[in-house]
Ligand binder design. Structure first.
Ligand code: PLP
Length: 398
């Protein structure tokens, strides 16, 4: 379905590395790099504001393209400089009161959980963590039992930072709608990897990153803010882009999700993101997801055949984020990641404090996170497993 040879030819990075760090930042397609380089060259020659005007038709498409990708209206999209900025802008706009409850996932990302804690300290909300089911994903039945009149927000990660698990966001959406609870999804690791339809999921807000599975540049992200929420939410900070100064004592918000943006932004990055989203749409997110699942399954199977390697991914449906540990006394995952990098293989290390509740419950400190994308190949997986096996062997006999 996907022409992998062509896709790799259009991904210069594949000539230099085995890139299994797509959950960190993916390799950008040549078209994404090219438009940013062209723009920056023009900007340096002709001026920032002048080129912003000239290229406006190009990067303005990003709203409509993202809306197409997640099935919403373009006025429900705001562009940000990271997934965290997008998430924060939604979360800190919510009008919490003392006694309100936030329900979240065991695998919640540190930045999000820290924000809940701050809200707890500042306002007196409480945080409750939804247990997992026996597959290791959010237990929807347990979630329903936790709902009471104080629950104001369900806030979960679609795919956690530290594993292959895909949470059942649609079933959670059914509960959120049934009990009329705000529903915020962290789709940082799922956008560009898994098909996302915000109507079908029934979420009110969703944050995502540009640099990961969308293959956009670093310093990009976006927020989906539903029309329903736009009617009553107020951003926690405003500027002359998010609001208009009407008179000495008056201002008026924008009416669309761009009220969660600020005036200044990196136009080159926005252009790069536009091209990256177009690339995802052209390839087809269903094809991408199918290929990732196939490669992920193969990868986990091959890894589990290596002595002392323990694949750590949970969940009924698994994605392209593959995590594992090497069960040998003294084996250091940080060092192993470094050794792989010296051999031109990019991975990363999932550390305890990024998903503290989950890692503590599973008694894990570090895991290797080898995250694949559709442009990776079966041959790369074989090479990876062979090199990993050699490194383990060498470390045992050293
Ligand atoms: C699940 C999850 N949420 C949020 C983030 C934060 O994204 P960003 O670094 O774009 O702010 C990450 C980053 O890796 C993540 O994995």
């Amino acid at each position: 379905m996907l022409d992998i040879a062509r896709i790799r030819a259009e991904t210069p990075g594949t000539e230099h590395v085995i890139h299994f760090n797509n959950a960190g930042a993916s390799l950008m397609p040549a078209s994404v790099c090219h438009i940013m380089q062209t723009y920056l060259a023009d900007e340096s020659k002709f001026g920032g504001y002048e080129m912003e005007d000239k290229y406006a038709c190009d990067y303005d498409k990003v709203y409509q393209l993202l809306a197409q990708l997640i099935n919403c209206k373009s006025k429900e999209i705001a562009i940000t400089d990271s997934a965290t900025t997008a998430w924060d802008r939604a979360f800190y706009a919510l009008p919490f009161r003392k006694g309100d409850k936030i329900l979240t996932s065991i695998t919640e990302y540190a930045s999000n959980y820290i924000a809940y804690l701050q809200m707890m300290k500042r306002i007196g909300v409480s945080i409750e963590v939804i247990p997992n089911d026996r597959n290791g994903q959010i237990c929807v039945e347990a979630l329903e039992k936790m709902i009471d009149e104080n629950v104001k927000l369900i806030s979960v990660s679609h795919i956690p930072t530290n594993g292959g698990l895909v949470n059942p966001v649609e079933a959670i959406g059914t509960i959120a709608r049934k009990y009329n609870v705000w529903y915020l999804i962290d789709a940082c690791q799922s956008i560009g990897q898994v098909p996302i339809d915000v109507q079908q999921i029934g979420c009110d807000m969703l944050s995502a990153s540009g640099r990961k599975f969308l293959r956009g540049p670093r310093g990009t992200g976006f927020l989906f803010m539903s029309e329903k929420m736009l009617k009553f939410l107020e951003p926690f900070c405003l500027d002359l882009h998010s609001a208009e100064w009407k008179s000495q004592n008056e201002y008026e918000f924008r009416k669309d999700a761009r009220m969660f943006e600020i005036s200044e932004c990196n136009i080159a990055a926005k252009l790069g993101l536009t091209y990256a989203v177009q690339n995802t749409l052209d390839l087809g997110i269903e094809h991408i997801w199918q290929r990732i699942q196939q490669l992920g399954e193969l990868f986990r199977k091959k890894l589990s055949m290596i002595d002392c390697v323990l694949v750590q991914d949970l969940g009924q449906i698994k994605c392209g984020i593959v995590t594992f540990t090497v069960e040998i006394d003294g084996m250091d995952m940080v060092k192993l990641c470094k050794q792989l990098r010296e051999r031109k293989i990019n991975t990363s290390v999932a550390v305890r404090h990024h998903t503290l509740i989950d890692m503590t419950a599973r008694n894990l400190n570090h895991m290797i996170r080898a995250s694949i994308h559709y442009f990776n190949t079966e041959e790369e997986i074989d090479t990876f497993c062979r090199i990993l096996q050699d490194l383990i062997h060498t470390s045992v006999f050293m």
